[in-house]
Design a protein around this ligand. Structure first.
Ligand SMILES: Cc1ncc(C[n+]2csc(CCOP(=O)(O)OP(=O)(O)O)c2C)c(N)n1
Ligand SMILES: O=c1ccn([C@@H]2O[C@H](COP(=O)(O)O)[C@@H](O)[C@H]2O)c(=O)[nH]1
Length: 291
C-alpha cells in the first residue's frame, strides 16, 4: 500500500515538472500557455492513434460518413468503451451491418450504462457474458449521457485509466430534445470532468464546448477554403467573442440568441482559428472533406 501511494505521488510530481517545462517552452516560443489547443481533425486523420481517449456511443443513428475501418479503429484503440442504454443496440447493429464478428474479434463495451429503458434484456445479457460491466443509472433528473460521463470518471479513477479526451458518437438528427440535452451535457460535464476534451461526432460535423478563455483550433489544409462551414453558438448565455482565422471574424462582439449567432461562417485560409470568449461557447465545424 505504501509503495502504491509513493508511486502515485511520484507520477504526479513528474507530471507537474513536465507541465512546468512545457509552459516554459511555450512561453519562449511566444505561444500563450493559457490557450487550449484543439486538434480533433488530426486525431481523425491519424486514425486516433495518439490519444488516451474514451469512446461513448449514444442511442442515435451511427451514420458517420467514414470508412467503417476508421470507426472500428476508434472503438478498438480506446482506453475505455462505453455504450449508453439503446446505444448498445445501435453499436451491435452497426457491427452486424459491417459484418464484424462480436464473438472474438471486436471488443465488447467495457461499460454499459443507462436506465435501461431502451435496451432489450437479452442484448444486455449477451454483452454481460462477453465481459461488459453493466451500471444501472436510474436517476430521471439527468440524461443517460450525463450519467454515463459521471460513470466514466468513476471508472477511470478506480481503475487508474488515463483518459484526456472523450469522443462521443452523437448524431445531430432525430429527437430535438435529445440534441439539445446532449449539448447541455457538455456544459454540465466540465463540473466533474475538468479539462477533459469532449467531442461530439455526428455524421458530417464535430462539435465541442469552448470554455471561457483562449482557444486555438487546428484546421487541416483541405478544410481551409470558404466552402466549408463552421459556427460559434452561444447556447448558454451571451458571450463576448474575439476571433482570428475566420472569414467573418469577431472583435469583442456579443453573440446571443435574439441577436447575432455565428452560423455559416468559414475559414480565411490560415492553419488555426483562434477564439477568445468570456463565457462557454459551442464550436461546431463540418468535417465531410476530411472523412
Ligand atoms: C424539469 C424536468 N423536466 C424533465 C424531466 C424528465 N427527465 C429529464 S432527464 C430524464 C432521463 C432521460 O433519460 P434518457 O435515457 O437520457 O432519455 P430518454 O431516451 O429515456 O428520453 C428525464 C425523464 C425532469 N426530471 N425534470
Ligand atoms: O434520439 C435520441 C435518443 C437518445 N439519445 C442519447 O442516447 C442516450 C441514451 O438514450 P436512451 O433512449 O435512453 O437509450 C440519451 O441520454 C441521449 O444522450 C440521443 O442523442 N438521441
Amino acid at each position: 500500500m505504501y509503495f502504491y501511494v509513493v508511486t502515485i505521488k511520484g507520477i504526479a510530481m513528474i507530471k507537474n515538472r513536465a507541465k512546468i517545462l512545457k509552459d516554459k517552452i511555450l512561453k519562449m516560443n511566444n505561444i500563450d500557455c493559457h490557450e487550449s489547443l484543439w486538434t480533433p481533425c488530426e486525431d481523425i486523420l491519424r486514425n486516433f492513434y495518439e490519444k488516451n481517449y474514451a469512446v461513448v456511443v449514444l442511442n442515435c443513428r451511427i451514420d458517420l460518413n467514414v470508412d467503417h475501418r476508421k470507426l472500428l479503429n476508434l472503438w478498438t484503440k480506446a482506453k475505455l468503451r462505453i455504450t449508453v442504454d439503446g446505444g448498445t443496440r445501435r453499436w451491435l447493429k452497426w457491427l452486424e451491418a459491417h459484418e464484424y464478428e462480436t464473438n472474438n474479434t471486436v471488443k465488447p463495451p467495457d461499460l454499459i450504462t443507462g436506465d435501461m429503458d431502451s435496451l432489450p434484456p437479452h442484448l444486455l445479457s449477451f454483452f454481460e457474458e462477453k465481459g461488459s460491466k453493466v451500471i444501472r443509472t436510474p436517476d430521471q433528473n439527468q440524461t443517460d449521457f450525463t450519467k454515463a460521463l459521471r460513470e466514466l470518471k468513476t471508472h477511470c479513477e478506480q481503475n487508474l485509466i488515463e483518459v484526456d479526451t472523450v469522443f462521443v458518437l452523437a448524431d445531430t438528427s432525430g429527437r430535438f430534445d435529445q440534441i439539445i440535452a446532449n449539448i447541455n451535457t457538455l456544459y454540465k460535464a466540465s463540473e466533474f470532468l475538468g479539462d477533459k476534451k469532449i467531442y461530439q461526432i455526428a455524421s458530417n460535423s464535430i462539435s465541442w464546448l469552448l470554455q471561457a478563455g483562449n482557444h486555438r483550433i487546428s484546421i487541416p489544409e483541405n478544410l481551409r477554403r470558404d466552402k466549408e462551414w463552421c459556427a460559434l453558438i452561444p447556447m448558454g448565455a451571451p458571450c463576448i467573442v474575439t476571433t482570428t482565422g475566420l472569414k467573418w471574424n469577431l472583435d469583442k462582439s456579443t453573440l446571443n440568441f435574439g441577436g447575432m449567432v455565428s452560423t455559416s461562417n468559414t475559414y480565411s485560409g490560415e492553419p488555426y482559428v483562434t477564439v477568445s470568449t468570456d463565457r462557454p461557447l459551442l464550436w461546431s465545424m463540418g468535417i465531410e472533406a476530411i472523412l
